[in-house]
Design a protein around this ligand. Structure first.
Ligand code: ADP
Length: 453
């Protein structure tokens, strides 16, 4: 099987750099696209070729399908890697690629459609015997219906956007009297964010962990999983720290959740790479939550403990290669933690764009930094505030945590505010270190009147 000669990367920041690195190692030429404000971005410098696709606004550049497709055409790119965010989960983009004879490095448009409609994904899983959180069958049409379902499954419930992502349009309803108001608020927010106001409902489960499983699938229907990640340290339903494996799980948990992930992927005839997200409750019940049809920000922690380069595998799978290993060949060793370093105020989490006057990332044994930042680079205000992912590996969780503390101490970023001080607090927190946490961890700490985390 022949790999692509040239790949265009329809993204920016650390993920564009990550994909360029994988392509280089596979002997594939790369094309960067960039907005006017990203002229000096690292991904532009590292790629073999680059094309300016429009002004700073995402709508006119990184979301501009015609500009990206024509950039691929004029550079003779055979494939497009979408990274995450932007066009990565847009089935129209996938179809535009195939109409132009360009391979989309990702799943099929059908996979993306199911992943993008979380209410539908729940239905598909339920039908195929993958457990889902008790809730609505499909979208909830109106407030009245919502009340009926809430009465049936019992409060509290969570209203979620069918087209959701990034925690938008989510509302927890604790009391019946608030349901109407919250339903309308969530609907408005969802409509504004996604152009589709559909909401679905689940029972709101207390004290849960967010555990997800990385899967790889070839065009012949072979599917393997690369184990689980624990992404329970969240703020407003957004991940801040991720780990692999889930160190506090009982024996056989990995096999159980891995088998479920494969069942879920098979249920939707999944192709390429993806992540099945689950909720795990205190009794170790596992419920399907959603499928992410893209490479995820946190993929490196899985790479660190399996030795599999997920992006290289993704490119090979998109080129039509069969999976080169079987489930029993996947070996897990050690522990990995990732901290998302954002250009944000570490206490209020408001964006802090601007010029980085000094950038010295940590190094040494077991430390990996995925970033597109450098000294003298200006973080634009137009995009996501993630500027670096600090990933460490240790022989066990204790060594990984010690290494992360050491690496965070070494990390120098001057000129802008970052979330490094926040991560230092977490990595020194006794509850975090002993595994005594769930998705409400930060909220609970703040409620307890401790210094805001
Ligand atoms: P998004 O795609 O917007 O990120 P998800 O469906 O992945 O939304 O959920 C994000 C987070 O919200 C989860 O990791 C979890 O912390 C919380 N959450 C979602 N559904 C439930 C639920 N039924 N009960 C409790 N927490 C939930």
């Amino acid at each position: 099987m022949k790999l692509f000669k040239k790949v265009l990367i329809a993204n920016r920041g650390e993920i564009a750099v990550r994909v360029i690195r994988a392509c280089r190692e596979l002997g594939i030429k790369t094309v960067a696209v960039y907005s006017e404000i990203d002229r000096d971005a690292l991904h532009v410098r590292l790629a073999d070729e680059s094309v300016c696709i429009g002004p700073a606004s995402s709508a006119q550049s990184y979301l501009n399908i015609p500009a990206i497709i024509s950039s691929a055409e004029i550079t003779d790119s055979e494939a497009i890697h979408p990274g995450y965010g932007f066009l990565a989960e847009n089935p129209h983009f996938t179809e535009a690629c195939s109409t132009s004879g360009i391979t989309f490095i990702g799943p099929t448009p059908d996979n993306i459609r199911i992943g993008g409609d979380k209410a539908k994904a729940r239905q598909v899983m339920k039908k195929k015997g993958v457990p889902v959180v008790p809730g609505s069958d499909g979208p909830v049409s109106d407030e009245e219906n919502a009340l009926k379902i809430a009465k049936k499954i019992g409060l509290p419930v969570i209203l979620k956007a069918a087209a959701g992502g990034g925690g938008k349009g989510m509302r927890i309803v604790n009391e019946e009297k608030d349901l109407g108001n919250l339903f309308h608020m969530a609907h408005r927010e969802t409509l504004a964010a996604f152009g589709n106001g559909d909401l679905y409902m689940e029972k709101y489960l207390p004290e849960i962990r967010h555990i997800e499983v990385q899967i790889l699938a070839d065009n012949k229907g072979n599917i393997v999983h690369l184990g689980e990640r624990d992404c329970s340290v969240q703020r407003r339903h957004q991940k801040l720290i991720e780990e692999a494996p889930f160190a506090f799980a009982p024996p056989r948990f990995r096999k159980q959740i891995g088998d479920l992930a494969i069942k879920a992927a098979k249920a939707m005839r999944y192709k390429n790479i993806g992540t099945i997200e689950f909720i795990v409750d205190k009794e170790w019940n596992i419920y399907f939550m959603e499928i992410n049809t893209r490479v995820q920000v946190e993929h490196p922690v899985t790479e660190m403990i399996t030795g599999v380069d997920i992006i290289k595998e993704q490119i090979k799978l998109a080129a039509g290669e069969p999976l080169s290993f079987k489930q029993h060949n996947v070996k897990f060793s050690g522990h990995s933690i990732e901290c998302r370093i954002n250009a944000e105020d570490p206490e209020r989490f408001v964006p802090s764009p601007g010029k980085i006057t000094l950038f010295i990332p940590p190094g040494g044994p077991g430390v990996r930094v995925d970033t597109a930042a450098y000294t003298g680079w200006t973080v634009p205000a137009h995009y996501d505030s993630l500027i670096a992912k600090l990933i460490v590996y240790g022989k066990d969780r204790e060594e990984a945590a010690a290494r992360m503390r050491r690496a965070l101490d070494e990390f120098i970023v001057e000129g802008i505010k970052t979330t490094i001080p926040f991560h230092k607090k977490i990595l020194n927190d006794p509850d975090f270190l002993s595994g005594n946490f769930n998705t409400s961890f930060l909220e609970k700490k703040n409620e307890a009147g401790k210094k805001p985390l």
